[in-house]
Design a protein around this ligand. Sequence first.
Ligand code: CA
Length: 234
Amino acid sequence: MQKRILIIEDEAPIRDMVAFALRRADMLPICAGDAGEAQLAIADAVPDLILLDWMLPGISGMDLARKLRRDELTRELPIIMLTARGEETDRVAGLDAGVDDYVVKPFSARELVARIKAVLRRSRGEDSAGMIELGGLRIDGSAHRVYAGNEQVSMGPTEYRLLHFFMTHAERVYSRAQLLDHVWGGSVYVEERTIDVHIRRLRKSLEACGLDSLIQTVRGTGYRFSVHPAPVRT
Ligand code: CA
């Protein structure tokens, strides 16, 4: 089945170039020039992924991303942001606003399509054999085991569930309350600070293979699993 990709970009030449590249990759592009058109398109049919330009007329890409994350219908929708070169603060703000990945302009069609495919794979989570691979870690879902290269990484069942959730929802920030919902099933008997304990244990397990930096603390917000180095805040 063709993947529906919504392109939200006000610059027509870039939009056309991207649409052309997507068609060649056997995807179905849907074009929107601003947030209003995008919302109409989403109301018509929820796409499989959104390419979101950061500099839009009217509502900014970041505000739109936040809005999409708040809406039940689009909460889990993968978003790749298109950003200008050197806009480090945009990138940080974007990842905090819940985008899944970013591509820096000018980008090649090949690079963009590769990123789209990677994000779509990730958002689906795992392959048919239950394997998830990201950032040097591999989860064998059928055996409930975690590997770094050929080495098995041992961890408790809660840390395993936490890691599994993170790896199938990479690059997004989750608050403690959201993690509680997703990983603990919203159990009222678990306090939010319990999550910090399990995060610490998970990091300790990953420390053994030097991969603890994959679990990042986002100050004032929560945690995320990211294959990108933690952004330096100024
Ligand atoms: Ca623009």
